[in-house]
Design a protein. Sequence first.
Length: 498
Amino acid sequence: MANAMMTLLLVFGTAAAVLAQIADPLPPVEKRGLTVEIRDFARLPDTRGLRPATEDVVPAGWARVSFVRDLPDGRRFANDSRGLLYLLDRNGAPSVYANVAAIFPRAVYNRLESGFIGFDFHPDFARNGLFYTVHAERAPGNPATPHFIPPGFAPADVTYHNVITEWRTSTPGANTFEGTRRELLRVAHIVDNLTHPFGYVGFNPTSKPGTPDYGLLYTSGSDLGFSNGGGTKANNPGQTQRLDSVVGAILRIDPRSPADSGGTKGLGDYTIPATNRFAADKDPKTLGEIYAYGFRNAHRLSWDLTDGTMFASDIGMNNIEEINIVRNGENYGWMRREGYFENGVTRPGGALNQLFALPPDVLEGRAKDGFTYPVAIYDHNDGQAVTGGFAYYGRITALRGKFVFGDIVRGRLFAADLAAMKKADDGVPQTVAPVEEIQLYMRDASGNRTYVALRELIERTMGTTITRADLHISRGNDGELLITSRQDGTIRMLMPDS
């Protein structure tokens, strides 16, 4: 009844809808008969004792796998954010490709998203041997100088560094790394905790040699903890919605040094693509490396392999989780918007954990407010943090033509129809695609189905109750989806129809 009443208030735009704080914004996500088999593929080695307990996450988890990446030559890689990059053989057996932790002794490992966080290979890796990583370091005592400190702060305020590194292997076909490295970018954190660091580096897999996007590196869009990173400098709306800052921005860079490319230098040792909107505007007050902005923690990006549509999964504050379609130069609203609601921090005496209805003419698309709104959302009755997702065209009939994503904390898997999501990209904030939950099952030795939840599988593997699933999703070269957990270190696969 509460949801029905709120829907009426939103539709008719009464004064109550404009003035009242919204407590229960969305209807629940339900199962509607979408069932998919899940099967174990690999498990990374137990690294719980690799770091002292005071330097590790609580609960520690068996291995903290976040990404699985495939090379065109068939090799498969996965990271443990405690500092190891693994090569997986055809049977899923891991061997260490690179010990990233040994190279970066100041790295931080005691936050949920910390340590060796993300990686990706250059699309021309077979020829140039380049791959890229992102990690975070402690600032006190660190001899390195950040390339960027958020506006209004000084070196003495810096608490952590976000670091993007380029690695060049001398032998791309080798199964262990030997080579050199170069630092591309070092960005300062200001808040007390390492909250929402840079977590993603990656390339557009639909770009081909000779196309404008080929070889350009994207980063996640993060508020760098200015929402809830702890201390007096957090909860800081003045640090968002800026074009002279990387805070909240997805960056797109040419990782080549300007010395090699002959192009325009960015904040770090890389080149700014001339096709970025804020490079093309020739305005010295805007950072040319910004591709899109207004995100809280767009920690995962992906592309539809059929038409190049770019998606971002943006973790909300206290209320709404978002899937966005991302375009060059657009503003996605944080901290002024969360989902298709106005965030309370924009109001005198308001707070980041509050939602208010948009004015009816904005909600219905009759008036424009300059923000781009999500195409699929769910609220915190159904989860706590959206994980990355992918447009699916693989061999699982039930998922074909859907965008598959999930919730990191609760481990639920969701799906939304791709056509509905693209239709929702219509400039009307209230238009969003319906979301449904995927029911997982396993088969016993006789082929009979046993319906399961991912969290059950993780608890069974760990032999104990867990507080969070730590779910992430990756996509293999074959288009099939890999489900990982930073709790049990297991890589699972969603299986094609038997």
